[in-house]
Each structure stands twice: as structure tokens, then as C-alpha cells.
Design a protein around this ligand. Structure first.
Ligand SMILES: Cc1cc2nc3c(=O)[nH]c(=O)nc-3n(C[C@H](O)[C@H](O)[C@H](O)COP(=O)(O)OP(=O)(O)OC[C@H]3O[C@@H](n4cnc5c(N)ncnc54)[C@H](O)[C@@H]3O)c2cc1C
Length: 427
């Protein structure tokens, strides 16, 4: 990565993963904090989480201490009040130093951003708005005052996480010991932060007793890690993103009070339709990884990787061409990403939505593409385990698999939404 004197445009002495642009004071502050933490602490620890497939608890102590858990909690609730683009830039900066930390931090941040700035842009009745205001206060206070951590389990191994079916995990309205609440039953797979989170923000379908589950009845409810009937199971030994510790969760007659509802009934469904960019928050981790891959390649070909023999490989034209190709792809990823994060809003136009998909796809597929080129051009010794490139390669493969916007589903959406206007059908 480039270190240089303070750039008068950015106000920073490094080039952030998102690129150079005139940042706001808040963006500058958090980018600088993320860069310093990543460079001085997260980078050196990343191999350990990967090797052990263990959760980066030490990084979370640092994130907590430096206020990162409350980055997107609105200012009136004691948070830093970061908006969507600010979060996306800061997440990319963390992803450049530790993918598993950035990706799991995203799951936590979503619990504050969906209930915070995103919820503010979703139409609600006055009653729903009042209910949401009261409940999110409880949830934000846990994060701001107690440093609690939230996971975001929605995957079930069915079409639900792809947005094509109601969630199989159910919540039934009950009154228990005089307290009104929800009885949760079901199973989630791939729950990052399993065993590390204090609360699990579960997406489930309201069980109305009519055997007609409907995605419009999706509920977003937090389940405390200590709740009776809640358990974590399954092995954990994946290809990449090993520090996310994404194991299975089971809910067996788990009772939670109404206060655990993170959004009023029906609002998650509306939110997913109103704010498509809510699913784009998985991508900055991978933009960060792409930067790390590129930075490593330049350092390696120049013979400047610390601890390695100073062998230069830059003199070969084929390697120069590959670096040029990588830079071209990285610049186009950054440009699309930046445009998309600034355009993100409720009810985007058709073009804005298609660009958002394009940005997501370009980053998720591009990160692994860059890693592939990097290994090819740096050569055999570059993929030895003591260097970060092979881990970056494995981690970068995971982005395109993440629902609801896998690379396949993005292509599916882009093609369909280009050729069909809403409601349009063929005979
Ligand atoms: C590193 C990592 C961390 C993760 N962390 C989390 C997390 O914290 N929380 C979480 O909820 N999930 C998480 N996931 C899970 C991820 O989002 C996906 O749900 C998971 O990768 C899907 O795996 P699968 O084998 O079930 O995929 P797939 O089989 O691709 O998809 C699952 C189901 O979706 C449906 N589907 C897929 N494609 C289509 C299509 N084109 N049209 C219609 N239906 C389709 C199918 O019914 C399919 O069975 C994580 C994944 C990774 C790799």
C-alpha cells in the first residue's frame, strides 16, 4: 500500500482501499482509525485465525475499545452516526488487513444499520415508527453501553436466503408467564460469529397457525446467546474466511419477549424491497481483499516483502503486463463501488439498481480474479503458507457465494430486470 505525505484532497497519508476522494471529516477520522488498527494489529494476527479457524476475539477487543461496534448507531443514541457510504469505506479498509474480521463486523453493523439509517428510509405507520423507536433504543443501548455483539443468521440451505421462499425458521406469538413475546423454532446454517455473538438477529417467518407461510410476514428478532433452547452445532473447517466461525444454530421453543423484535412486523420485507443496497454491505470486505492482493503483488515483484529475499521479478514484461491488468480491474472495481455507495438510497431508479448489482458482482468476482492473477504472476514461492497471498486467494473465493446476492443470482437479476419492467410477463 502507498504511504505518502498527507494528501490535500483526502486529508490522509495513505490511499484507502476505496481510493482517493474528498472525504468528510467523519470518513477521514474512521478511515484513519481503521487503517491504523488494521496495519498495526489485524494484519499480523490474520494468519492465526485462518490457521486455527478461530474467531478473531483480540481484533474485536480493539474494535470495541475504539468505538467500531457503534459506528452506525445514530448519534442521538450515543453512536458515531455513520451513513451507508461511510460504513462501506471503513469496512473496505478493515477487509484489506483481515477479511474475516471485516466480514463478521459487517454482520454486526447490519443489525445497527438496518434498524438505524435504513429503517429511517422505510415507510412505516406512526404506530410502527413509535414501536420501532422504543425497541431500537434498547438494542442500541446494549451496543453503546455494554459493547454487545450481534450476529446475522438468515441462511437455511433453502431458497429463503436467496429471497425466493419464506424462511423456514418460525416465530409464533405467545404469552408466557404473563409476558408477551415470540416462540422461535428452526435452524440456521452458516451463522458467522457463532459462539462469539451476544445476540443473534434471526430472520424468521411469523407462524400464524394457518400453514401458509408468507415472506411478507418475515420478522427480524434478536435471540440472546443465553436463551434456553438455543444451541450451536456442526464442524467448522472451510476453505476460506475461516475466522468467521459460521456454524449451525438451532432454536427449539426459544422464548423471547416482544422487546427483542428488531423491526416491526412486515418491515423487513418492505426494507428488502425499498433498500436493495442493504445486501451490498457484504462487498467492501472483498474490495479490501482485492487491494491487499494488489499491494502484495507490487511489493513482491519489487522484491520488497519484509522477511523475504530481495529478489526482483519486475523486469519481466509479462509480469508488468499482469500488474497493469490487475490495476485496470482494481480501478474499475473501485469506481463502480464508489458510484454505487453514493447512489445507495431507498427506491433507487432502475439504472441505479442495475449499477448496484454490477458493482457487487464486479467486486465479488473481481477479488478472486485478482488473487488468481497475483498467484500466477508472483509464482510458486508466493503461495507458500508463510505469506498472505494464498489465504487472500481462499478468502476471496467466498464473496461470490454469499446469499442473497451470489454472483449467479446477480446475473439472474440483472438480465431479468433489464429485459422485463416490473409486472411485465410473456404470454
Ligand atoms: C464466509 C461465509 C460467511 C457466511 N456468513 C453468513 C452469515 O453470517 N449469515 C448467514 O445467514 N449466511 C452466511 N453465509 C451463507 C451464505 O450467505 C449462503 O447462504 C451460503 O453460502 C449458501 O450455501 P448453499 O450451499 O446453501 O448455497 P446455494 O445452493 O447456492 O443456495 C442455497 C439455496 O438457495 C436457492 N438458490 C440458489 N440459487 C438460486 C437461484 N439462482 N434461483 C433460485 N434459488 C436459488 C436454492 O434453493 C439453494 O438450495 C456465509 C457464507 C460464507 C461463504
Amino acid at each position: 500500500m502507498t504511504t505518502r505525505p498527507v494528501n490535500p484532497v483526502t486529508g490522509l497519508d495513505f490511499t484507502p482501499a476505496v481510493g482517493d476522494m474528498p472525504f468528510t471529516p467523519l470518513q477521514r477520522e474512521w478511515l484513519a482509525k481503521a487503517h491504523a488498527l488494521g496495519r498495526d494489529r489485524f494484519a499480523a494476527r490474520a494468519a492465526q485465525w485462518d490457521q486455527e479457524a478461530s474467531f478473531p476475539f483480540a481484533n474485536y477487543d480493539d474494535l470495541r475499545e475504539h468505538g467500531f461496534l457503534k459506528l452506525c448507531v445514530p448519534v442521538e443514541f450515543g453512536g458515531a452516526g455513520a451513513d451507508f457510504p461511510t460504513y462501506m469505506m471503513v469496512a473496505a479498509e478493515i477487509g484489506r488487513f483481515c477479511g474475516a474480521t471485516a466480514l463478521t463486523w459487517n454482520m454486526h453493523i447490519c443489525s445497527t444499520m438496518w434498524t438505524g439509517v435504513l429503517a429511517d428510509g422505510i415507510a412505516m405507520t406512526e404506530e410502527q415508527r413509535a414501536e420501532h423507536a422504543a425497541r431500537r433504543q434498547i438494542h442500541f443501548a446494549r451496543i453503546v453501553n455494554e459493547g454487545k455483539l450481534y450476529a446475522q443468521p438468515f441462511s437455511e440451505g433453502t431458497a429463503a436466503a436467496a429471497g425466493r421462499a419464506p424462511f423456514g425458521t418460525t416465530a409464533k406469538k405467545v404469552v408466557r408467564d404473563g409476558q408477551s413475546g415470540w416462540l422461535i423454532n428452526g435452524r440456521k446454517i452458516w451463522a458467522s460469529l457463532s459462539g462469539a455473538a451476544d445476540y443473534y438477529g434471526v430472520l424468521c417467518t411469523e407462524d400464524k397457525g394457518d400453514d401458509h407461510p408468507d415472506a411478507r410476514d418475515t420478522l427480524y428478532i434478536s435471540v440472546p446467546a443465553t436463551a434456553e433452547g438455543f444451541s450451536i452445532s456442526g464442524d467448522w473447517d472451510p476453505l476460506g474466511m475461516r475466522g468467521t466461525v459460521s456454524r449451525n444454530l438451532t432454536f427449539k421453543d426459544v422464548f423471547v419477549s416482544d422487546d427483542e423484535q428488531l423491526m416491526p412486523r412486515g418491515i423487513y420485507f418492505k426494507g428488502a424491497q425499498t433498500w436493495p443496497a442493504m445486501f451490498n454491505t457484504l462487498s467492501p470486505t472483498y474490495l479490501g481483499l482485492a487491494n491487499a492482493v494488489y499491494d502484495f503483488t507490487v511489493q513482491y515483484l519489487r522484491g520488497e516483502v519484509p522477511g523475504e529475499p530481495p529478489i526482483k521479478r519486475r523486469q519481466f514484461p509479462t509480469k508488468q503486463i499482469t500488474v497493469a491488468q490487475m490495476r485496470l480491474q482494481l480501478e474499475s472495481m473501485k469506481s463502480l463501488f464508489t458510484r454505487a455507495i453514493f447512489e445507495a438510497k431507498p427506491n433507487p431508479s432502475k439504472d441505479e439498481k442495475l449499477r448496484l448489482y454490477a458493482a457487487h458482482y464486479a467486486v465479488m468476482e473481481g477479488a478472486n480474479d485478482l488473487a488468481r492473477l497475483a498467484i500466477r504472476t508472483c509464482g510458486g514461492q508466493s503461495m507458500l503458507k508463510h505469506l498472505p497471498l494464498e489465504r487472500l486467494y481462499r478468502d476471496s473465493r467466498c464473496g461470490a457465494l454469499m446469499l442473497p446476492w451470489t454472483a449467479e443470482l446477480i446475473l439472474d437479476r440483472m438480465g431479468r430486470e433489464t429485459l422485463y419492467e416490473p409486472g411485465e410477463k410473456d404470454e
